[in-house]
Design a protein around this ligand. Sequence first.
Ligand code: ATP
Ligand code: BTN
Length: 325
Amino acid sequence: MTTLTFPVLHVLADGKFHSGEALAQHFKVTRATIWNAVQHAENLGIEIFSVRGRGYKLPSAINLLDKNAVLKAIGEQRAWFALEVLDEVNSTNTYLMQNKHAAHATCVAAHVQTNGKGRRGRTWVSQLGASLTFSLLWRFQCGAAALSGLSLCVGVALIRALRDFDVNTAQLKWPNDVLIEGKKLAGILIELQGDLEGPSAAVIGIGINLDFNSSLPKNVLESIDQPAIDLASVKSIDQNALLGSVLKHLASVLSGFEASGFGALRNEWLGYHAYENKPVRMLLPNGTDVQGVVKGVAEDGILLVETALGLQRFSAGEISLRGIV
Ligand code: ATP
Ligand code: BTN
């Protein structure tokens, strides 16, 4: 990593051309050093146009993370959080999982993840300016065994945050994907630490697609193997304001979850479920699938599906839900 890469990207964030010479003068280095910094950005998969005689340019202007702006957007509960903004990290989830002494309510947001993770070892595609990627460490007195409805609660916080910005068409797909027009806008990856009996801690990782046109090469976008959507195609939202709002709603939802479990949020969650009373296919870990009609979720977040064998219960772990059209 060259230490100039992100300072240069901050200048390029305006989406305009900047000549190598002007950048070199600005940072008091040689043009070769600027070139190296840009090379590293390209190695990270950031698309940068380089035009002889004009200089360097991002495909479009991008809105970068700004710690103070996020804290301001959280509002009254800002004192609850320890917020860290990183330029580059393998995965914000991995970073917090490895940092065993991180304080309760530490939130780590990153401009770039080099190894973003989805569930079950899948890849989460993100890029500078194209995505909001962050993780929140939340410590619980209860044991990991009592956290089964947690991921559904996180989905509720995301929907509430989107509604703050008048994005009212977002829905949830059990257990916790956020969809718009049936396409995936955001994903949630929860990793647990601690004992089954307690105390325990959850690293709650969230990736939200902001703007696919900003710096994400087409071939990377095409590597996403299911329909995906970005917020920009619905509404352009400042990512600092969005992160602040998500954290504010997470603070409230997680405190409620600690006090009374998922039950108190169940009706709200059901109101957001994209597949309520709809025919679905449940893909099981052994490669087989079960078809049925969704009949709500239980108090612990387990999905209820009416199948040929009667009402069956599915817990999140290894199961994937797919709609039948
Ligand atoms: P589930 O198994 O819960 O039905 P899923 O198929 O969405 O969910 P996950 O493991 O939750 O799988 O998410 C990872 C998947 O998300 C990847 O396999 C890929 O298809 C998709 N994906 C990766 N990056 C993005 C992104 N930026 N936007 C939308 N979808 C993405
Ligand atoms: C999914 O739908 O599979 C979950 C995707 C979760 C992605 C986020 S991005 C921030 C955090 N860091 C990661 O490596 N993954 C989560």
